[in-house]
Design a binder for this molecule. Structure first.
Ligand SMILES: [Zn+2]
Length: 130
């Protein structure tokens, strides 16, 4: 049986220190720091830790918040929602179902048809152009 410690070491090896901090330690990257904010090509956004497909480029929109934002997930089974009461706020955290890594938060105030805004750390994503 795989121990949690060895799994954590795998992530440490695979991820940059910043990605490790965000994905595995519930960190948040600085707003407007991710190159993916400006990414407009066709493609798919995957979990940077385990490569699960999370968002399609068609779901991406500019929320002006400084983090890549998406109005729906590729498959709701791939992303779990957890109530987060840290920092004195009630927010809904989103995590990759497959590897349990922190992605960002989801808010019910999206400007598009779905009304949903997934606010995702760019460092938690790896973009694969079509
Ligand atoms: Zn993952």
């Amino acid at each position: 049986m795989e121990s949690p410690l060895s799994k954590d070491d795998d992530f440490k090896e695979k991820l940059s220190p910043e990605a490790y901090r965000v994905l595995r330690q519930n960190g948040t990257e600085r707003p407007f720091s991710s190159g993916l904010n400006q990414e407009t090509r066709s493609g798919t956004y995957h979990c940077a830790a385990c490569d699960t497909a999370l968002f399609a480029h068609t779901a991406k929109f500019d929320a002006g918040c400084g983090w890549p934002s998406f109005d729906q997930e590729i498959d709701s089974d791939n992303i779990q929602r957890i109530t987060d009461t840290s920092h004195g706020m009630i927010r809904v955290e989103i995590r990759c179902t497959e590897c349990d890594s922190h992605l960002g938060h989801v808010f019910p105030d999206g400007p598009t048809e779905t009304g949903t805004r997934h606010c995702v750390n760019g460092v938690s994503l790896s973009f694969k152009p079509d």
